[in-house]
Structure formats: C-alpha cells, structure tokens
Ligand binder design. Structure first.
Ligand code: K7E
Ligand code: CUA
Length: 672
C-alpha cells in the first residue's frame, strides 16, 4: 500500500469516526458568550452592515442574508424554477432557463462572485455558476434578479467559475470534466480519454455599462479537471490561476486513480498575452451551439438566443500563454492574496499549504526554469515558484480568504476548523473549530484587493446536533466569527438553504442606495401591458385568449370573464398598477399546472392556462396586499369547446344589480 492510499484510508477512518463524533472538535458544545452574542445582535429595525450572497448548491439558487445577524432576506431564483416567484413558470421567465438542451429547470450553483472596480466590490452584479448544464448567471443587484444567463460550450461540470478580474473585464468558467469538444465526434471509447478528452477555460467579457456577457475566447487545454480559480490582482493583474486535479487523466475511480501523483498543478494563465494572440489573428473560430438569455426590465421579459460560434486559442501550440506549477496533492482552493503577490493552493490530501510567489514565478518563466513539460505545457520548478509552505496547518485544507492585515484564513474540512496564518512568514496564529466540517469560508471582500476583515463566515457541510432535528435531512449550518482581534471568536450561527459552497459579502452602502423600489408604469413596454383599468380587456385570437388583467388594491380588472372554452390557451397578462414600494400582487387560477405569479409594482407577468374542464374557475391574489386582500378575487367561466357563449368580461356588474345581464345561455353546460 502506498502512502497515498494510506492517507486516503486515514481520512476515511476519520470520516467514519467523525460520524460517531470521535473527530468532533473539542469544546463543540461551548455556548456563545454574552459579549460575543452582542456583536452579532442587530436590533429590531436596525440594518445589517453587509449583504451576504450565499450559493445554494443543489438548490440552484442564491440566498441573501444580513451580516452579522444571519437574517435571511431573500432567495433569488437563478437556475432553478421557483413557483414562489413564478420563475421558470411565467411566460416571460421561461426563456431564461432555456439552453441548447431545451428548458432545464434546475442546476447546481457553487460559487458567487461580486463584480469589482479597481479590485473593490462595486455592488453592481453578482455572478453564479451552473455546474450541471454549464452556465454563468449575472444577477442585477438593483433588482436582485437574474439578468442574464450564458451557456458555456465545450464544458462539462462548470466548477472553476465564475471568478472575475479586478475590473470585471472577464468572468471565468473552467470545466471540471474534460470531454471531447462539442464539434468533434464524441462517440469514442471512454478509454481513449488521453487522446480525445480536452479541458477548456472560457474568458467571458462583461460589458462595462450593460453587463452583457460574451465568450471572448476559450483556451483549449490538456484533459485535466479544473477545480477552482482566482484572478491575479495588482502586480499579477493580467494573470489567472486555476487549480487542477486528475493530472493523471484517469477516467475511472478517480478517488484512487487521480490521487497517484505526488503533485497536481496550479495553472497560471497570462490572459493579456492571450488577448495579444487574438489581436494577431491566432484565434480559431469553432462551431458551437449555446444559449444566451437576457432579461429586459422594460418589457419585463427574458429573451433567449442561440449562439453558433466560439473563438478558441490552442494554449499548447501558443507556448507562452499557460504555465503549470506543481502543487501538492489534489488542490482544491486557489486563492490570491490582496497584494496579488501570493497564490495559495490547497491540496485536499496535502499536510501543508503551499504558497506561491508571483514575482518568483515571473523570474522562473523568464529564466526558463522549468522541470519539463506536461502535455506540451511548461512546468515551472516547484521550488522556483514557491514562497513557502505553511507547516502542519490542519487536515484537508480547502479554501483561503484574507483580511487587510496580512492574514489568511483557511478552511479545513477533515479537522473541521478555520486556521489563521500570516501570509508573509507563514506562521499559524490561531485556530477555531467549526460545527462541522467546513467547506468554503468568506470574509467580506476576502478575495479582493480591499478585504474588510471584520468577520469570517464558515459554510459547513455537516450540521449534526447544531439545531433541532428535522428528520433525516438537516439544514446546513453557517457560522460567523469575529476576526477583528488576535483571536477568532464565534459570534453567531444560522441555518442556510440548499448546500452552500462559496459566498461573498458586500457592504450595504454599495447596494442599498441603488435598490429599485418600483417599475414605472409609463415605462412598461410589455406588449400585453394594460397601463390602466381602461386598457384591461379580453381578446380572442383563434384558440388563444389574451386577458389584459390589471391588479390594484384590492381587485382585478376584469374579474368576471365568460366565453372561454375547454382547450383554449388562456394567457393572463397581469399588470400590477401600483406605484408604491412593497405592494406586489399575486395571481392564481384554480388547477394551474405551472405556478402562481408574483407581480411587482408597474410590472406585467403572464400565466398560461389551458382549461381542461367546463366550470367556474376562481382566480385570486396570492400576496396579502391590503386589508381587503381576501376580497381580491374573480371568476372565469369555461364552456365546452364549440359552445356559443360569447366572450364577455366585466368588473363591478353584480348579479344583485337588476341591470346586470342574465347571461343564462348554455347554463346546462356550466353545471356539468
Ligand atoms: Cu464546495 Cu467551491 Cu464546489 Cu469547495 S466547492 S467546498
Ligand atoms: Cu392583491 Cu392580495
């Protein structure tokens, strides 16, 4: 048995023992002291200092908490349908989840990344990655809504994403699985991995004003697995760093076969150089088929388009774009300190943390101080790029964030702790247990040039006894530590949604002043908007019935509709006429197979409904909008196909009113 598998088994033993609490950190039960709790207490009516954007993992969504209170503000639907908000169910939002594979109603969102200007969080957008059907989403922080989703071709398992450069020039997307490229014959034996499987990383440009995303270029790379990445900053701006595992290029039992080599790699990409090659015409356009979906706030609708080409650069043939740096044992996190000089690799199976120096790496490249090549890519000598190693930091290092005082904070999954160490002298300064088995951790601005080292939040994989039990599935736990002093101190603990991986925080001041309150009704360009009750109507076009419905406290117009037939396609285009903050209306119709709608002031959203049975079908508002919200209701009469009930609609014509039309025709059919 080699040492590696021994270590692997050692870890397994620890995992097994962990489930019996043998590896449970000491003092696990210790309560938060009164003084600590006060630090996390945000009094009722007071605001939190930070917004915390937390990835939802397999929930496919992103949730927003306050720091330091841990209060949940919002779950933003991104890649997964959300009946609560009609996301993916309303006609307007379906386009946003449409891909080259058709409509994909879910995904696995691991990493959030806030946009930056000059290496600081600017509060404009937050990006998220879809691991399963490779995509990158951009969420607009004026509305807290998903504004754009671009699909990534030549990718499978979009994990090394969506990390960004210090002026949001690029958002990065690195493939986890290497696969045959989309335009090659993919019907090959899996055992031909080494010949046919390729890795790619995509550089997605972000328009400075609109935020619109475009794949500027893709690098075609050897068939390793890209895990995580971070951009250089300051002196290393212009470079991007990626952790790679499976440098063995194994195609089965990776647990063992991708843990053979003593070192995998950190890949360093000189993207400024790549830009030069593009300008010099060295790029090759390849056929590809991928979607870009954009949300338009004036039409309140998503638009789906298919793109057909992607620009590629052969990173092996173009010698000086990419370099490999050996990195001990299956690196996961790949983090760059605020100065941009130090790059931290975290080998999941390594017993130390290697810290690389950007300036030494540059010298090594200039001096061609290589130990050889990996699939045609120069490999810099480990010692030549190494700043030093943090010795005996803990077990299973995953991710590192930084403060503005020269300290790093690394999460340790196996030993379940956060370890604080000094970036320059690599000395361990402090360690605190996490409850339990931390994955990512996050300091506000902790991967930017300007961290705000007040708190670190741990996102833990295992909850165990942390909260009241809720059956076999437990909420994941996040923990907030005060890191402003020499010693880290646990101050708060809150359950999270889905399975959080990475999270980032922005100071409230960069987001709060820009938050949209309403959509102006006069700017509503939705083709089916009714901008006042006078414009409300019902129009039949063949078997399609368009209901231009308005909502205002506390009625719909119209609220009585007749002349709809079984099998019609009924589109309820609901316009919320309110122009006050915080007055949404909802819309639901009995038997709807999609969802309800939640419509913000000034907005129009559409629910499609195909009635299958004759009868009277109630509609109502689902959002408690006023004291008379419960009165906000109406009826749709559905008659048999081919019946002669005329199309009528009304508001305020009551049956007790002697002038009301009797409308008794076909009364039999309504009783069936
Ligand atoms: Cu969970 Cu960033 Cu997907 Cu580490 S990853 S934990
Ligand atoms: Cu509108 Cu309740």
């Amino acid at each position: 048995m080699n040492n590696l598998s021994k270590l692997g088994i050692g870890l397994l033993v620890c995992f097994a023992a962990f489930s019996f609490n043998a590896c449970k950190p000491k003092n696990a039960g210790s309560a938060v002291s009164g003084d600590a709790a006060a630090k996390a207490f945000v009094a009722p009516g007071k605001y939190d200092e930070f917004y915390n954007f937390v990835s939802g993992g397999f929930s496919g969504q992103l949730s927003v908490y306050g720091l330091p209170s841990g209060r949940l503000f919002r779950v933003i639907p991104v890649f997964s349908v959300d009946p609560e908000k009609g996301w993916g169910y309303s006609e307007e939002t379906k386009a946003m989840l449409t891909t080259s594979h058709g409509f994909v109603p879910w995904d696995d969102l691991h990493h959030t990344e806030l946009s930056q200007t000059n290496g600081e969080i600017d509060g404009r957008w937050v990006f998220g990655n879809a691991n399963n059907t490779p995509r990158i989403a951009r969420i607009d922080l004026k509305t807290f809504r998903t504004a754009e989703i671009i699909e990534i071709p030549n990718s499978a398992g979009n994990h090394s994403s969506p990390f960004i450069t210090e002026n949001t020039e690029y958002v990065i997307a690195g493939t986890r699985f290497s696969v045959p490229l989309d335009n090659s014959n993919g019907d090959v034996p899996i055992s031909s991995y080494k010949q046919n499987f390729k890795g790619t990383v995509s550089f997605i440009s972000v328009d400075k004003t609109s935020g619109k995303m475009d794949i500027a270029f893709q690098l075609i790379l050897p068939g390793v697995n890209f895990d995580l990445s971070h951009a250089g900053k300051g002196p290393s701006h212009g470079w991007f760093f990626f952790s790679c595992y499976n440098s063995e290029q194994a195609n089965t039992l990776l647990e063992v076969n991708a843990s053979q080599r003593d070192k995998d790699f950190i890949m360093a990409v000189n993207w400024k150089k790549a830009e030069e090659y593009l300008k010099a015409g060295k790029g090759v356009k390849q056929k590809a088929s991928y979607s870009r979906n954009t949300w338009d706030e004036s039409t309140h609708s998503g638009k789906h388009e298919m793109l057909t080409e992607v620009m590629t650069l052969d990173a092996v043939a173009l010698k000086d774009i990419v370099y490999m740096i050996p990195c001990p044992k299956s690196p996961h996190g790949c983090d760059v300190d605020p100065t941009g000089e130090y790059i931290v690799g975290s080998g999941k199976l390594a017993a130390l943390i290697p810290v690389f120096s950007f300036s030494k790496m540059q010298k090594a490249i200039a001096a061609k101080d290589f130990e050889g090549e990996y699939d045609g890519i120069p490999v810099i000598k480990y010692e030549s790029a190494l700043h030093g190693e943090v010795q005996k930091p803990g077990l299973g290092p995953l991710h590192t964030e930084f403060d503005e005082r020269g300290n790093a904070y690394t999460s340790f999954f196996v030993s379940s702790e956060i370890v604080k160490w000094n970036v320059k002298d690599l000395k361990v300064l402090d360690r605190v247990p996490t409850y339990y088995s931390i994955g990512h951790l996050s300091v506000p601005g902790g991967d930017t040039r300007k961290p705000n080292g007040k708190y670190v939040v741990a996102y833990n994989k295992i909850t165990k006894d942390r909260y009241l039990p809720t059956g076999p599935e437990l909420a994941q736990a996040a923990q907030i530590y005060d890191i402003s002093g020499d010693k880290m101190q646990l101050i708060n603990d809150f359950p999270t949604i889905g399975e959080p991986h990475y999270a980032q925080s922005a100071h409230a001041d960069v987001i709060r002043p820009n938050s949209v309150k309403i959509f102006k009704i006069e700017e509503n360009k939705h083709p089916y908007a009714a901008k006042g009750e006078k414009e409300s109507k019902v129009v039949r076009e063949g078997n399609k019935v368009h209901v231009y419905l308005t909502a205002i406290r506390s009625h719909f117009s119209p609220d009585n509709i007749e002349g709809v037939y079984v099998g019609d396609e009924v589109y309820f285009h609901v316009t919320n006429l309110e122009q006050d903050w915080d007055v949404p209306h909802g819309f639901a119709v009995k038997g709807a197979k999609n969802a309800e709608l939640l419509i913000m002031p000034g907005e129009t959203q559409t629910l499609k409904w195909v009635p299958e049975k004759v009868g009277i079908w109630p509609i109502y508002c689902t959002d408690f909008c006023s004291a008379l919200h419960q009165e906000m209701q109406g009826y749709v009469r559905v008659s048999p196909k081919g019946s002669n009930v005329p199309l009528t609609f009304s508001l305020g014509k009551n049956s007790s009113d002697p002038k009301a039309p009797e409308n008794n025709s076909n009364s039999d059919s309504t009783k069936k």
